[in-house]
Design a protein around this ligand. Structure first.
Ligand SMILES: Cc1ncc(COP(=O)(O)O)c(C=O)c1O
Length: 396
């Protein structure tokens, strides 16, 4: 079934956070075109729409459960797409990955313990540590001018400290859009095993991998790593169903699974969202959803090529790093010589587009902005035209 990602639907007035929430997050210019929060402007696959509509037609929306086959479906998806021989009995569900991250921190560390994160990283990682009164331990990513990598020597030193109990690891790396090699992943996994640091990996973007990369789930690399791993995944980015809030957490180690489920019970995180459960089952059981995904990856890649060419022609001082994964691009504005505040003003008020500010992600994120290309090419062009007009007006 062919999908037309050029088709634009008006999302204004649909309770979309990206479109209707601009007045909250961008009060200085709520009219700015939104290229920020991480959902796409594409309709989700037809089998998901159909399943949700059919269920919505039944007018009782009481407490719900996930379908009996959902654990086996996500395990089979992991095996097929990521080569990880995951088992249904390792799966537990939560209402989203962000709540799960907080539960992971609470379940596997004590107040005051150190939790290692690798900024620039998706900012709820930091919040989940701070909000649980744990100590943030930064293992900043390093930028070599071309790509971002892990500071392995520092990671080893930090992991060796007995007070540091947990690594919150984001792979593919968001916001810097990197897929790590098998060798890099093995180093991360082995450091954690060696020093008894639990490895929680957020693989929410792992389906959206561009053709030049191969994604490996870190848990698949050895039995020792697998037994030390908590893997968080979800159909929400892949199929644009983030508003339905159902994610799968895979924990092969029985003791870790038990401890995590105790924490999710405490936080009452386990009652499934009815439409999330419905969509989850359709996403992983109807082969048309996978067809959608393959077409989406190609469309997004062409959006990246379009953007890269546009920047080279019209805004050569802004550089876009070649993405390995997902629709969140990491743009380097440093040559413009603006502070983070000036940069945000430049994009939001002069360029009239809403982006995520690189500094929000911590580490060496200053001077970068994250731009969401999960939209039709014509909307992307409108946004770039706006930014280019501001760029030219400034005479950069
Ligand atoms: C790395 C990462 N993890 C988690 C989330 C959100 O997960 P959820 O909506 O399931 O809480 C996002 C959304 O942008 C993300 O980029």
């Amino acid at each position: 079934m062919k999908y037309n990602f050029d088709e634009m639907l008006d999302r204004n007035g649909t309770l979309s956070y990206k479109w209707d929430g601009r007045s909250i997050d961008y009060p200085d210019n709520p009219e700015a075109l939104p290229f920020w929060i991480a959902d796409t402007d594409f309709p989700c696959p037809r089998p998901i729409v159909k399943a949700v509509q059919e269920r919505a037609a039944h007018p009782i929306y009481g407490y719900s459960k996930v379908s009996d086959d959902s654990k086996a479906l996500i395990a089979a998806w992991e095996k097929k797409r990521n080569g990880w021989d995951a088992k249904p009995e390792w799966v537990t569900f939560t209402n989203g990955i962000v709540p799960a991250l907080s539960a992971i921190v609470a379940a596997f560390t004590e107040p005051g313990d150190g939790v290692i994160i690798q900024p620039p990283v998706y900012y709820p990682f930091l919040d989940s540590v701070i909000n649980n009164d744990r100590t943030v331990v930064n293992n900043d990513l390093i930028f070599d001018g071309e790509k971002w990598t892990i500071n392995f020597e520092e990671l080893e030193e930090l992991a060796a400290k007995p007070e540091n109990k947990l690594l919150l690891f984001c792979h593919p790396l968001n916001p810097v859009s990197r897929v790590l090699s098998e060798e890099e992943l093995r180093r991360v996994g082995e450091i954690c095993v060696r020093h008894h640091v639990i490895l929680a990996v957020d693989e929410i973007h792992s389906d959206l991998i561009y053709r030049h990369c191969t994604f490996h789930s870190i848990a698949a690399l050895s039995k020792e790593i697998e037994q030390n791993c908590i893997v968080a995944t979800s159909p929400s980015k892949t199929f644009n169903i983030a508003g339905l809030q159902l994610s799968a957490i895979l924990i092969p180690n029985k003791n870790l699974l038990k401890a995590f489920e105790k924490e999710t019970a405490k936080r009452v995180l386990y009652i499934a969202n009815l439409f999330g459960a419905t969509a989850f089952q359709a996403a992983y059981s109807d082969p048309e959803c996978e067809e959608y995904l393959e077409q989406l990856i190609d469309y997004l890649w062409d959006n990246y090529l379009f953007l890269d060419q546009y920047l080279k022609e019209h805004m050569p001082k802004i550089k876009c790093q070649k993405p390995d994964a997902t629709y969140l691009l990491w743009l380097d504005f440093r040559e413009l010589g603006l502070s983070d505040e000036e940069l945000q003003k430049f994009c939001l008020q002069e360029g009239n587009i809403a982006l995520d500010v690189g500094a929000w992600f911590g580490g060496d994120g200053s001077g970068f902005m994250r731009l969401n290309i999960g939209c039709s090419r014509s909307l992307l062009k409108q946004g770039l035209d706006r930014l280019a007009a501001a760029y030219q007006k400034r005479g950069f």
